[in-house]
Unconditional design. Structure first.
Length: 147
């Protein structure tokens, strides 16, 4: 399995893959007040229209990065989201409660995907490389921290 990097081309419409989820996982998520799975998938589709997401997609395409299809997956996992080389972005629906959270996860992880694509010899096991990408993603995905 590829490493995940957490906060996780073409003109065709993006494809969102939804991984299987057991009924026990669904009931645990509902009892915690997170959004239903269907709403999360719709939230991912909505996030693709967000200006920052569209900008990042355009920049990735200009750089020759493979963006679509299947870059973004709705999933049940232990963090808010993640990015893994050759696997794409996961939005962990069991941690999402608001549209803004989905937007921020996708923006954060798209920055990792961009760094992975355009940085020569990116080594996610190298702490300095990983820290640099985290710094980029944190700064850009949280506008309240900008000066």
């Amino acid at each position: 399995m590829a490493e995940e990097h957490h906060g996780g081309g073409g003109a065709a419409a993006p494809d969102i893959r939804v991984e299987a989820e057991s009924s026990s996982e669904q009931s645990v998520a509902s009892s915690r007040g997170v959004m239903p799975r269907e709403d999360c998938v719709e939230g991912i589709r909505s996030a693709l229209k967000h200006p920052t997401v569209r900008f990042l997609r355009e920049q990735m395409e200009k750089a020759g990065c493979q963006v679509w299809p299947r870059l973004i997956q709705a999933a049940t996992c232990s963090t808010a989201g993640g990015y893994a080389s050759r696997e794409g972005i996961k939005v962990c629906c069991n941690h999402m409660t608001l549209q803004d959270e989905i937007n921020q996860v996708i923006i954060h992880e798209l920055i990792h995907a961009y760094d992975d694509c355009v940085t020569k010899n990116m080594d996610w096991k190298n702490c300095a490389h990983h820290a640099c990408s985290e710094s980029n993603a944190d700064f850009e995905s949280y506008p309240q921290f900008r000066l």
